[in-house]
Design a protein around this ligand. Structure first.
Ligand SMILES: [Zn+2]
Length: 252
């Protein structure tokens, strides 16, 4: 069984056909799901969904692109205490988009890492064109963490691993031009790898251009397993074990 360590099942996109989405995922061998919040509403919804279904877990956070002017920290603090909320995030730094100032992003990121440490839970990191700055802040704060949809270079991957973080691969690792990322997937220690869809975004090959869903995590996992030279079933077992270790939720 594989864990989809990062999907946005709390988004409107999935509400009409959630049972279908989950049964297609289970048919593909994907059996546990971490639903990631990007503001208070989706974080709350993720937490409620997780409370109602033993296959689902939640992360609560404010996305770096949405953090300008964010003030509702009390709501995130309350969510951080919920037992089915297994992580804080997604949070981090995004120097590619400019919907929130760098100052606002740094402040929200630091505050979220503090919340996570107080709750004894890991953080889910969004990072775009900001790896060095993100890792600098994480090196200072030292949370438990996963680098979601990793897209950095070899040096940044090594630094993240040295700091004890997990590296999560998403659909882009299957894209033809991404040899450098597959190269990284070939040497990341097996006990630090996670796989995710980031659904509804970033579908793996051959579904590019369509809506992504957790069943497709299998395609990304098959690609990473091949890079790691591991039989698929062994890779999936290891990945689920890693998710269990980081997020602290039980496996079936
Ligand atoms: Zn995401």
């Amino acid at each position: 069984m594989l864990v989809d360590s990062h999907c946005h099942l709390a988004y409107e996109d999935f509400q009409a056909d959630l049972p279908g989405v989950l049964s297609r995922a289970e048919a593909a061998g994907v059996g546990r799901f971490v639903i990631i919040g990007t503001e208070v509403a989706s974080s709350r919804r993720a937490s409620e969904m997780a409370a109602a279904d033993s296959r689902l877990f939640a992360a609560a956070g404010i996305h770096p692109n949405d953090c300008e002017g964010f003030v509702d920290w009390g709501a995130l603090e309350a969510l951080a205490r919920q037992p089915r909320v297994v992580a804080l995030g997604e949070t981090g730094l995004d120097w590619f988009r400019t919907t929130a100032s760098r100052e606002a992003q740094r402040e929200a990121f630091a505050r979220t890492m503090d919340l996570a440490k107080a709750a004894g839970k890991p953080v889910v990191i969004h990072c775009r064109e900001a790896y060095d700055d993100t890792l600098d802040m994480m090196a200072a704060a030292r949370p438990a963490a996963v680098m979601h949809c990793f897209a950095g270079d070899e040096k940044q991957a090594k630094r993240a691993l040295d700091l004890g973080f997990y590296i999560s691969f998403a659909g882009p690792v299957t894209y033809k031009k991404n040899d450098a990322l597959r190269q990284i997937a070939s040497w990341v220690p097996r006990d630090r790898i996670l796989v995710e869809t980031d659904a509804p975004f970033l579908p793996p090959e051959p579904h590019r251009g369509k809506k992504n869903e957790p069943a497709f995590a299998r395609l990304t996992a098959e690609c990473v397993a091949k890079c790691a030279k591991m039989p698929y079933e062994e890779f999936a077992r290891q990945e689920a074990e890693n998710a269990h270790r980081l997020f602290g939720f039980p496996l079936p």
